[in-house]
Design a protein around this ligand. Structure first.
Ligand code: FAD
Ligand code: NAD
Length: 405
């Protein structure tokens, strides 16, 4: 019997977790596993806000995919996926066409702009490692240019962050530490710099525990960060953003840097397939297969999964993406042996949101609230655990966060 080909698209948390769990459980002759990713490295998306602020170097948040795959069992193809034809089992890439018996789509997230005018063009987004590098360098450029200008334009030193969800707040936490460093480096008085977070909802971190939200906002305000709450961004221009401050009332914030962190969607390629999706996220079946396609699994941010108990969808997180990879690997092995699949059941371990390198807030261990150094320590342990789950102890030693106190 021909051995099946398993084609995994995307070397993010979901895709890599699928691959490393497959390679752990199969023999070298059981199946052909092919992993396609546009770079020969994986990046920790969950650390991108640090690279964007400049508190971590871009190279610190990435590692070579070949470090974690067993090349006797997995063929790695560095290529950009261009099309996915699930009816004819073909995937088009810039390195040629690939076919499969089982397909795993883990192509990750894109920033959601909700069609707001100008955002695609004038705002920066913490989308991947190079986008993070661009944000860091853009901010540094604004500081350097301000220092050189004869007639100084102080709005160069204004940074608007759109969205006070977890990404926005974690990025603000890093900026809280980074701005004083930038001021020193470029001889800029701190009072010239404005960092403003604009949030559409009536609160920061909508839905999160109010005590933790209070802690986070007071902490960030103590670092000089301003909040404009309940004031959605309605337009971006080359000069800044327009926000809605009331019924038919608008204000313009002039800013040299606008970072858009107001939500995510799945990868656009999903919308070009014949699989049904909403904002490029597929409402998967309970075993993570796409509706109508028994040979297509979706993992990570391209998958949409309802938490029936809570009556709302599970958030798209790395935590869930990695767990999905474990179940999908098991399901593919079972199908290849003529068996059946099992339901994916998320095991939610809580949420910790960093506020820079040395502080954090978290809701963990069945509702226990943590803040400060303890929460920051936990966050670093979570980051290290993610490395461990994909690459074992050697990856933790190489890339882990050990500045824990
Ligand atoms: P990704 O990790 O986005 O990986 C997708 C992969 O596909 C990438 O390697 C990409 O290069 C590749 N790819 C994309 N398009 C193509 C193409 N056309 N061809 C080939 N390859 C392609 N979640 C948590 O649980 N905890 C956190 O603390 C946390 N912090 C976060 C902080 C930030 C700043 C951000 C932005 C997100 C954070 N998240 C966190 C969410 C988490 O990062 C995502 O849920 C997770 O990355 C989704 O994993 P994924 O495998 O679906 O996709
Ligand atoms: P999000 O959807 O969680 O938050 C986006 C925020 O932007 C919301 O508060 C929303 O009200 C706001 N917003 C929307 N439109 C706006 C507008 N026009 N103007 C101003 N504000 C607007 O998105 P996110 O923060 O990018 O997070 C994406 C996913 O990644 C989530 O599932 C999140 O849980 C996960 N994540 C987790 C962590 C963590 O666990 N530490 C960190 C970062 C991200």
């Amino acid at each position: 019997m021909k051995r099946p080909t398993v084609l995994v698209l995307g070397g993010g948390y979901g895709g890599l977790s699928t691959v490393v769990n497959l390679q752990k459980k199969i023999g070298t002759d059981d199946m052909d596993i092919v992993l396609v990713n546009k770079n020969d490295y994986h990046y920790e998306s969950t650390w991108l806000h640090e690279a964007a602020a400049g508190t971590l170097k871009p190279e610190d948040v990435r590692y070579d995919i070949k470090r974690v795959i067993n090349e006797n069992k997995v063929k790695f193809v560095k290529a950009t996926v261009e099309s996915i034809d699930v009816d004819n089992k073909k995937v088009g890439t810039d390195a040629g066409e690939l076919t499969y018996d089982y397909l795993v789509i883990g192509l990750g997230f894109e920033g959601e702009t909700f069609g707001i005018e100008g955002l695609d063009k004038y705002a920066l987004s913490i989308a991947d490692v190079n986008a993070a590098r661009q944000i860091r360098e853009h901010i540094e450029y604004q500081f350097a240019t301000w220092s050189l200008e004869q007639e100084k334009d102080d709005s160069r030193l204004t940074i608007v962050v759109g969205g006070a969800g977890f990404t926005g707040i974690e990025f603000l936490g890093e900026l809280g530490n980074r701005v004083p460093e930038l001021c020193e480096e470029f001889d800029v008085p701190r009072e010239k710099v404005r960092v403003i977070c604009v949030e559409a909802a009536p609160m920061v971190l909508p839905g999160f525990d109010p005590k933790l939200v209070d802690y986070a906002t007071s902490y960030l305000k103590s670092k000089g960060i301003e909040f404009s709450i309940g004031t959605p961004v309605v337009e971006a221009t080359p000069e800044g953003v327009k926000i809605k401050t009331g019924e038919e009332k608008f204000e313009f914030i002039k800013a040299g840097t606008v970072v858009w962190a107001a939500g995510v969607r799945g990868n656009r390629l999903i919308e070009e397939t014949s699989i049904e999706s909403k904002r490029a996220r597929v409402a998967v079946r309970e075993d993570m297969r796409a509706p109508g396609y028994d040979d297509v699994f979706i993992v990570g941010d391209c998958a949409f999964l309802m938490n029936e108990e809570a009556g709302r969808p599970y958030p798209p997180t790395a935590q869930i993406a990695m767990q999905q990879g474990v179940q999908v690997a098991e399901n593919i092995i079972s199908l290849a042996k003529g068996g059946s699949t099992k339901k994916f059941v998320p095991d939610l371990k809580g949420t910790v949101c960093s506020l820079g390198d040395d502080d954090a807030i978290g809701n963990v261990f069945d509702g226990k609230l943590v803040t400060g150094k303890k929460a920051s320590f936990l966050k670093k342990m979570i980051d290290n655990r993610a490395l461990y789950m994909i690459g074992g102890p050697s990856l933790v030693i190489k890339k882990g966060k050990f500045d824990v106190l």
